[in-house]
Design a protein around this ligand. Sequence first.
Ligand code: FAD
Length: 319
Amino acid sequence: MNTLQPITVLGAGISGLTTAVRLIESGHPVRILAKEPPEQTASAVAAAIWFPYEAEPVEQANRWSAKSFRTFQKLAGLPGTGVRMMDFLVLTRSGMDNSWKDELPDGAVRPARPEELPTGYEMGYIAKVPLAETQIYLPYLMERFRKAGGELVVQEVKDVESLLQGGRIIVNCTGLGSRELFGDETVYPIRGQVVKVKKTRPVQSMVDSMNKGRLAYIIERSDCIVLGGTDYDNDYNRKPTQADTDTILARCRQLEERLGAPVVLQALAGLRPKRPAIRCEKEEGRNIIHNYGHGGAGFTVSWGCADEVRAAIILIARQ
Ligand SMILES: Cc1cc2nc3c(=O)[nH]c(=O)nc-3n(C[C@H](O)[C@H](O)[C@H](O)COP(=O)(O)OP(=O)(O)OC[C@H]3O[C@@H](n4cnc5c(N)ncnc54)[C@H](O)[C@@H]3O)c2cc1C
């Protein structure tokens, strides 16, 4: 008989799935309740490259990111995960916070050579980082969870008290949903749009996230190239717009001329759940552990945060 407490995970985005996998593989009976299935979440829109963008506090986010990096590195060697390591050029300038690289394994990052930089840029790093192709990675996590005996029920949760009965523990991974479900007004959307274009020749994957309102990135996937992006605070529009598509194409073509005149396959928009500080902690007085507010880094911090949730659950068991 399983003697570990049963757990209900709320949410089936990257945070909910990763946490559910971590907990069920530690021996807990786990079920997921989610308003939307994985393929309809913000997580399914993500690029989803390892890079701690819009995730705070920076030091803590860097630690969770570095932990996740190591787990992703292992997944990259396994078939069917959709994870692989790729060279990623991070454009930057002196005086900017580049501490994201400090906790990575030796040899993972090097300064970019001048000829590797796009015109007009003076500084960058080439990092070998994990890329999780969401269309493969989210189903992979879901399958891993199901194989371990987990169940996903698609349903909106409106009241958490009833879910705590019978000694159940709740793990809240509802992202932006925490605004309504837990009354957290500090979590807000940063709307992001991506444009998937046809892959015709190799391009350099890269990001310029130096200036608010001027975000640009290029991520080469196995089946397409993902171009981004936008970073609009408090914009709840989940539909892509033609104006954003045009802006994204123009910015990315400036960065990488090998894009040529790209053929657009699809445009998607999603809402990054941003919070002044990622909330990954047990609530005072109730067996609810929160794991949300990861901004533009939900994939990047996912395994580190899942481990933090697991540690909080071990503490509950000892009480
Ligand atoms: C354009 C774009 C590009 C991005 N690129 C990257 C990237 O390259 N790297 C990276 O690390 N991150 C990236 N991100 C950020 C990343 O996608 C988010 O940080 C991540 O998706 C957050 O995941 P989550 O599981 O916390 O939330 P979500 O994916 O939003 O999932 C929330 C889940 O909670 C459920 N839910 C909400 N309310 C309720 C309720 N009341 N009852 C039941 N269920 C509920 C939802 O239905 C959903 O299943 C990007 C995001 C966008 C939009």
